[in-house]
Design a protein around this ligand. Structure first.
Ligand SMILES: [Fe+2]
Ligand SMILES: [Fe+2]
Length: 353
């Protein structure tokens, strides 16, 4: 969860000191300080950081003054109860790690990003554990995503997504950030925006039940593995139906986000007339996200090239929606490319269109 701020290492208490990231910006210590061995382990592990200026949050099992004094003696710069909620912990970390001199707008967007990530973390944790999906966490994520989209700074959102150290979160935050920006650009009313973004947040929830070695494989999947992976829309749909309480459109989007208008998608090979607009929107965001994502086995595609691929997919995607989607992602792309002095993609995309 903490990897929303970048690479993260978890250490067990018996690990010897100094093996965390050199120059770590933040340490979070989650140990039972009533155990002498834990205290000694913490002292050894934290020694290299005592004068490094790193923030150090201690999560305490009890908030007695004895424990707090002990935490401070070990180098705590901040103390929270161990049972604190994800949102409160991430909020505190966000305050500690916010770049100095950040504008109010950037700080607000950062908070929304953290809130959306916290909701997703609860959602994915529950899905992996086979527990009921937390409706409040889903709603909180949707709200944070829509308020972030109001600001219209997709670039800043993407920058935060790329900092995230976990590919599954990265994909989910990317697709739902794109869907929120897209629905905003389409001028949908709030209720419809919520529905679209909820569908985006949940679209790959079935992947929580795909074996981890397939899901996290750091290479392209084999044909058999791809077959297993292609079960995720059906699995996700069944999870939501079994739980109940989800809007029919959300169920449809989860089941059908890999369908194409020309009937070449899966799981049912539906044709255009059977694929409603909200699903078409999620599909466009999903395909585009997969193209621009960073993966160990493929370089990320520049936004203009990725958009050209969408256009080249022709009758598989909704052309009118793809045109509007270009306004969402290419504005952002041009701003970004302007920084590197290569504002060329507008023309390339127009040629492709
Ligand atoms: Fe999917
Ligand atoms: Fe996806």
């Amino acid at each position: 969860m903490l990897s929303v701020w970048g690479p993260c290492t978890a250490l067990s208490p018996d690990a010897s000191g100094g093996v965390a990231h050199a120059g770590a910006r933040l340490l979070v210590v989650d140990l039972d300080l009533s155990e002498r061995l834990s205290v000694e382990a913490a002292r050894a592990a934290l020694a290299p950081y005592r004068h490094s200026g790193s923030h150090c949050i201690f999560l305490l099992r009890d908030m007695s003054s004895r424990s707090q004094i002990q935490a401070n003696a070990l180098g705590a710069t901040d103390i929270l109860p161990a049972e604190v909620s994800t949102a409160v912990l991430l909020d505190r970390v966000g305050l500690l790690l916010a770049p100095p001199g950040q504008s109010d707008a950037a700080a607000a967007l950062g908070q929304r990003f953290v809130a959306a990530s916290a909701g997703l973390s609860d959602l994915m944790g529950a899905a992996q554990a086979g527990a009921g999906l937390p409706m409040q966490a889903i709603e909180d994520s949707v709200t944070a995503l829509n308020r972030a989209a109001d600001g219209g700074d997709l670039n800043a959102w993407l920058d935060m997504v790329w900092r995230h150290d976990d590919a599954t979160y990265q994909h989910c935050l990317l697709v739902s950030g794109l869907a929120a920006a897209f629905a905003h650009r389409l001028g949908f009313r709030e209720a419809d925006r919520r529905l679209i973004v909820e569908a985006a947040v949940l679209h790959d929830i079935g992947k929580a039940r795909i074996p981890i070695d397939i899901l996290r494989k750091p290479a392209r999947l084999s044909a058999e593995e791809r077959e297993v992976m292609r079960e995720h829309p059906r699995i996700g749909h069944d999870m939501l139906v079994a739980q109940g309480g989800f809007a029919p459109m959300v169920l449809t989007a989860v089941l059908s986000h890999h369908e194409y208008l020309d009937g070449s998608g899966y799981p049912h090979g539906l044709n255009g007339g059977d694929i409603p607009d909200p699903v078409r929107i999620i599909t466009i965001c999903d395909v585009y996200a997969a193209l621009i994502e960073r993966r160990s086995y493929k370089p990320p595609m520049p936004p203009g090239d990725a958009y050209a691929v969408l256009v080249a997919m022709g009758g598989k995607l909704d052309r009118d929606l793809v045109r509007v989607f270009g306004e969402v992602v290419l504005d952002a792309a041009i701003v970004r490319l302007g920084q590197y002095g290569k504002p060329i993609l507008h023309r390339a995309a127009e040629d492709a269109a």
